[in-house]
Design a protein around this ligand. Structure first.
Ligand SMILES: N[C@@H](CCC(=O)N[C@@H](CS)C(=O)NCC(=O)O)C(=O)O
Length: 247
């Protein structure tokens, strides 16, 4: 049960990067919440009722009202849980105050979902090695664009260290928690599973350094799942997908 008279419940799955980004945001904002782990093979009535369109996690339920889609949830959290609202003591804002900087942050958050997250999901669900390699090729092709974005957002790496948010962990960092998580978990897991290196000091020095720094933060340590657990999960899904392909 959340404190301060607010009831906040998150329906999630431990391995979902979309859920992880919401958990990062709630942690950064200091919002207490009840976490409900969903079995995605047997979804709860609450999940089906709360997200009848996509039937997917994350769903945030705030005082009985569901909010779906992780980017929408992040923006909701940023707007609702503000200092002095009684809902949280944190003055921390995920999105920058300046409208142009906010637009830039949203642009890169969308870039991450569309150009990196979407093909990554397809790779995850691929039934053959060839199909998976093709989708991961698309992910790899989008990574230099993100490196360029980080350079522009941070004035060549000099301004702020965390990609969106003046020197702090901001909206893009949080919504890119997939990437941040990738460095510590999914990326390392993918590296272990497929041998593909997406972020390294030579080709993507800013991203590599940023993700390393992000991974060291208390919030990352508290929220990101264990690499070996993710590796085991990814391998299990790949094996299931391969078995389906062979049917
Ligand atoms: N665009 C959605 C993506 C959410 C999503 O794909 N969630 C997955 C877990 S990672 C899910 O719940 N899938 C439902 C299923 O597997 O049936 C968001 O940003 O929230």
């Amino acid at each position: 049960m959340a404190g301060g008279g607010e009831e906040v419940t998150l329906l999630g799955h431990w391995g979902s990067p979309y859920v992880i980004r919401v958990r990062l945001a709630l942690y950064l904002k200091g919002v207490p919440y009840t976490y409900v782990e969903e079995d995605l093979r047997s979804k709860s009535d609450l999940l089906l009722r709360s997200n009848p369109v996509h039937k997917a996690v994350p769903v945030l339920i705030h005082n009985g009202r569901p909010i779906c889609e992780s980017q929408v949830i992040l923006q909701y959290i940023d707007e609702v849980f503000v200092a002095g609202s009684g809902a949280t003591s944190s003055a921390f804002s995920l999105l920058p105050a300046d409208p142009h900087e906010r637009a830039v942050a949203r642009f890169w958050a969308a870039y991450v979902d569309n150009e990196i997250g979407a093909p990554w999901d397809k790779a995850f669900r691929s039934r053959t090695e060839e199909e998976r390699a093709a989708w991961m090729g698309k992910v790899a092709a989008a990574v230099p664009g993100l490196e360029r974005g980080l350079r522009e957002c941070t004035d060549g790496g000099r301004k702020g260290c965390f990609f969106g948010g003046a020197g702090g962990v901001g909206y893009v960092s949080t919504s890119t928690s997939c990437s941040a998580a990738w460095r510590r978990t999914c990326t390392r897991s993918m590296e272990k599973v497929s041998g593909l290196r997406l972020f390294d000091g030579e080709n993507t020095p800013l991203l590599a350094a940023w993700l390393e720094r992000f991974g060291e933060l208390e919030v990352a340590r508290a929220v990101l799942p264990d690499v070996d657990r993710v590796v085991g999960y990814v391998r299990m899904i790949h094996a299931k997908n391969a078995a389906k392909a062979a049917e």
